[in-house]
Design a protein around this ligand. Structure first.
Ligand code: SF4
Length: 187
């Protein structure tokens, strides 16, 4: 199955209550064979309107972060833990995330990225451990059973709220740049 087919098949998903409030399901976007995959929390108002992930202010900051490590959003693949907007941008519940995660796992399988960046606690806690926090986990590489290098960092929305998070995010993405370059020079 391709990502395109998968996106078509899930357009009318009602596996969780978030289906009721969505304008558009936000599947994911980018290079279907990206080396780097970025995973955030879920769609906000702008994303819900446009059906695309990371297009609001936080998305513009993500674009600038990517540009700082010489990448564009077309080169990477971007997706979220939940594909439909939680009401008032609240954090998705564990049940909602659990209902939606099989889609994300399938996207990860299809893209076969070698590096995954988890942005924010929702992505970190649902993919790594419910007890993990960005503050304690960021700045270090984790590795999946299948050998994918994983790093967590603050969500751009959190950086917009607290400029002190800029520096740690910059440091984390420097690590991503080094690993990305290493992988590209070996391929
Ligand atoms: S959030 Fe995921 S599981 Fe819930 S309705 Fe949307 S696509 Fe389906």
């Amino acid at each position: 199955m391709s990502l395109e087919q998968m996106a078509k098949d899930m357009q009318n998903c009602t596996r969780c209550g978030l289906a009721n409030g969505r304008t558009n399901l936000v599947f994911g976007v980018g290079n279907p064979k990206a080396t780097l995959m970025i995973i955030g929390e879920g769609p906000g108002q702008d994303e819900d309107k446009q059906g695309l992930p990371f297009v609001g202010r936080a998305g513009q900051l993500l674009d600038r972060i990517l540009a700082a490590i010489d990448l564009t959003r077309e080169e990477v693949y971007i997706a979220n833990v939940v594909k439909c907007r939680p009401p008032n941008n609240r954090v998705p519940t564990r049940e909602e995330a659990k209902a939606c995660l099989p889609y994300l796992y399938r996207q990860i399988e299809l893209v076969q990225a070698k590096i995954i960046v988890l942005l924010g606690n929702t992505a970190l806690q649902n993919l790594i451990s419910p007890a993990a926090t960005i503050t304690r986990t960021r700045g270090q590489w984790l590795e999946s059973k299948s050998g994918i290098k994983i790093i967590a960092s603050f969500h751009p929305a959190a950086v917009l709220r607290d400029p002190q998070k800029r520096r740690p995010v910059w440091e984390d993405f420097q690590m991503v740049r080094e690993e990305y370059r290493r992988l590209m020079s070996n391929s």
